[in-house]
Design a protein around this ligand. Structure first.
Ligand code: NAD
Ligand code: TYD
Length: 341
């Protein structure tokens, strides 16, 4: 099966490409713009001999997408996105361009080129916040709170409409928070690990009692493979591993694994419209496709923390001048930055 993978140089996309190429019978064209989040070092070691080919391009460009969609493509697995909530709060325009217009451009190209399958990779954040008990099901209303989540919800609705209107073979997935190797250290876990390794403060927003439903990226990739092969066209599948933890628990555990003091934890000004809690019901995926997660949060976090500790060159490479500029924008004078929004 020949796949066009968008955003394959990012965190989940690169893990997916490595995973899928370790199985038999796949060829991958990786189409990625290489924004600040895209990094070809995430795919080091892969070459043409591995049934792998890279094209640098923008999903929002009709011409560039047309150039990548050769007639042999059987399916598109669409990861490319602006993916970080804090960046979307600073400036939402790139999120609308890539996540909304880019997705529509890709859906249109798929339809015109007769691509039979389109896996649209989305997020549980489109459902908004679940402050009490319960879990999001695929029928929960869409109630996004950040510009990032709103742009993903818009893309989900376009994907739905392309299925309903044109019969495009779209399947949409909504996964909880991923962690694992190759994640850009703007997200909670790699940011906390890399700061702890440098004995820098671990900034927890608000009271630190916000919860996320964590899943190891390889469990997500295995779910996507099952959905690619057997998911029902037009359906939405939630993906989750019952990995609910507060941010404070996560920070403490990272410090414990590294043998560092909890004094490094620093409570900082909260994120605006910060969703209190996410929790994902993935029984549709489990019952219909027989998927279940294999990696417990404790085991996966241990292995992930060790991965960042053992790959200092990768970490230094992504924490470049641009990253330091971003870090100062979001964390330096945090109270003042937020009040000026
Ligand atoms: P990421 O930010 O690590 O990677 C995004 C990739 O998309 C990068 O390689 C970047 O260069 C590429 N890209 C950005 N704009 C592009 C454009 N205009 N054209 C082509 N490529 C472009 O993101 P991630 O964490 O790997 O997330 C991948 C997908 O999974 C996203 O759609 C995200 O919404 C979704 N998702 C992420 C999580 C999570 O916890 N990280 C959870 C659920 C769903
Ligand atoms: P994040 O990794 O940005 O993912 P998302 O907001 O998309 O779920 O954040 C995960 C949680 O961690 C969220 O509740 C915000 C919180 N957080 C902090 O407390 N401090 C930080 O420096 C970051 C990046 C996140």
């Amino acid at each position: 099966m020949k796949l066009l993978v968008t955003g394959g140089a990012g965190f989940i996309g690169s893990n997916f490409i490595r995973h899928i190429l370790s199985r038999r019978g796949y060829q991958v064209v990786n189409f990625d713009l290489l924004t600040y989040a895209g990094n070809l070092r995430n795919l080091a070691g892969l070459g043409a001999g591995d049934d792998y080919h890279f094209i640098r391009g923008d999903i929002a460009s009709r011409q560039q997408v047309a150039g990548a969609l050769d007639p042999g493509i059987d399916a598109i697995v669409h990861f490319a996105a602006e993916s970080h909530v804090d960046r979307s709060i600073l400036d939402a325009s790139a999120f609308v361009r890539t996540n909304v217009l880019g997705t529509q451009n890709l859906l249109e190209a798929a339809r015109r080129n007769g691509v039979s399958r389109f896996i649209h990779v989305s997020t549980d954040e489109v459902y908004g916040s679940l402050p009490g008990g319960g879990e999001f099901t695929e029928d929960s209303p869409l109630a996004p709170n950040s510009p990032y989540a709103a742009s993903k919800a818009a893309a989900d609705l376009l994907a739905r409409a392309y299925h309903r209107t044109y019969g495009l073979g779209v399947v949409t997935t909504r996964c909880g928070n991923n962690y694992g190797p190759y994640q850009f250290p703007e997200k909670l876990i790699p940011l906390m690990v890399s700061n702890a390794l440098d004995d820098e403060p671990l900034p927890l927003y608000g009271d630190g009692l916000y919860t996320r439903d964590w899943i190891h990226v390889l469990d997500h990739c295995r779910a996507l493979e099952a959905i690619l092969l057997k998911g029902r066209e037009g359906a939405v599948y939630n993906i989750g591993a019952h990995g609910e933890r507060t941010n404070l628990e996560v920070a403490r555990r990272i410090l414990g694994i590294l043998g560092k003091s909890e004094d490094l934890i620093s409570f900082v000004a909260d994120r605006p419209a910060h969703d209190r809690r996410y929790a994902v019901d993935s029984s549709r995926l489990r019952l219909e496709l027989g998927w279940s997660p294999r990696i417990s949060f404790e085991e996966g976090l241990d292995e992930t923390v060790r991965w960042y500790r053992d790959h200092p060159q990768w970490v230094d490479g992504v924490r470049s001048g641009d990253y330091r500029h971003y870090y100062r924008m979001v964390y330096g004078n945090r109270d003042r930055t937020l009040s000026s929004l």
